[in-house]
Design a protein. Structure first.
Length: 374
């Protein structure tokens, strides 16, 4: 219900107020957002905001903009400049959407994986692995960097990227893969349009990952005056700040919340036959994970808990009956893939009538006012 009230407020605003200013600002913030993620996930290898939705870096950025709204309101009253007006809900959601897409692309499962692949085959080709004979001739040269000088400088550093010898070999691959990324993004948006009516109007899904950004952008939100909210914020912030100081100064006390803090304890519990099969059981008390768990449906939380221990029990039973000698037992990755495939096929089957109706509307040109809901 709260989610639909926020969307109703968005629909009241004009296209001009919700796009013209928010889009360039969001695109500009993408560069700062990408630099921030690179520093955290590649340089310092900490935080890893792109691993979990909603992206903490994006929520924080939108929260900073919300905090700037009173200043913008004051500046607007002093200067009479309309473009200095406070950001509306629609504008904040547009910025959130742009930065979320940008974060997904520059995160661990996006460009951070793609960029090394552009140079990896030619970097590690050697007479021993015979890559130059086996498959390098089959790779399209315009999608990969094959210039040895550019590859060496990319790996070793110490050279300006914008020098012609370093930059020119990257032009064609960046354009090629960039076009692919854009096409893939358009495809995902198209899929969202295809299932929007089914998921939002018919099944009325609530999208728990959107609760946090919607609460942040909501004007005069009573949550900012809520004692339980500030209690939770202070507790989690205290744990993070204290552990951060302890990381820099090991003699400082810390609160053990991470998985490896409890690995020795759990390892000491599961000893002897057949309990050694449960070695590797993990336990943690991350504040952010506990907070996200409060947003998820109880049945989903129960499924996560149940199937984790189901996998653990498979290892225990497998050791008792001798199945652990089979290569890859208990084939957890294959089971997970089967679960994803099953959920996907079930979702397609349940929505088959909606997809058929969407196809008919597209062919006949009906329902031209169909919009992508944020």
């Amino acid at each position: 219900m709260e989610q639909r009230l926020v969307m109703a407020e968005v629909e009241k605003e004009t296209v001009t107020s919700s796009s013209l200013r928010a889009i360039p600002i969001g695109l500009l913030l993408i560069f700062f957002n990408a630099y921030w993620i690179m520093m955290m996930e590649l340089v310092r290898y900490a935080g890893h905001p792109s691993n979990i939705a909603p992206f903490a870096n994006v929520v924080f950025t939108v929260l900073v903009i919300v905090c700037l709204n009173p200043i913008l309101k004051l500046l607007e009253s002093l200067t009479r400049l309309s473009w200095l007006r406070p950001f509306s809900i629609a504008e904040l959601l547009v910025i959130y959407l742009i930065l979320s897409i940008g974060t997904a692309w520059v995160g661990h499962d996006g460009i951070q994986v793609l960029m090394p692949q552009i140079v990896y085959p030619f970097r590690y080709a050697s007479p021993e692995n015979r890559w130059e004979e086996l498959f390098l001739p089959l790779l399209p040269k315009w999608l990969y960097v094959s210039d040895k000088t550019a590859i060496r400088n990319a790996y070793e550093g110490g050279h300006l990227f914008w020098q012609p010898g370093n930059f020119n070999p990257w032009i064609a691959p960046l354009l090629g893969w960039g076009s692919f990324c854009i096409a893939l993004s358009v495809l995902m948006i198209g899929l969202c349009l295809l299932v929007r009516k089914r998921w939002m109007d018919e099944e009325r899904l609530t999208y728990p990952v959107l609760y946090l950004p919607q609460e942040v952008v909501k004007p005069n939100n009573p949550i900012w005056r809520s004692n339980p909210f500030w209690l939770g914020f202070v507790v989690s912030a205290f744990v993070d700040v204290l552990n951060g100081i302890a990381t820099l100064y090991p003699s400082f006390p810390s609160i053990k919340v991470r998985v490896w803090h409890y690995d020795p304890l759990l390892a000491s519990l599961f000893v002897g036959y057949p309990w050694q099969a449960l070695q590797g059981t993990r336990m943690s008390f991350y504040p952010f994970a506990i907070g996200l768990g409060l947003l998820l449906p109880p049945d989903l939380l129960l499924s996560c808990w149940f199937f984790y221990w189901f996998e653990r029990i498979q290892r225990l039973v497998g050791l008792m009956v001798g199945w652990t000698q089979l290569p890859g037992y208990p084939w957890t990755n294959f089971q997970a893939f089967g679960g994803y495939a099953g959920i996907g096929l079930f979702a397609l089957w349940v929505a088959r009538k909606s997809f058929w109706q969407a196809l008919l509307r597209a062919v006949r040109g009906l329902d031209k006012n169909e919009q992508l809901g944020l």
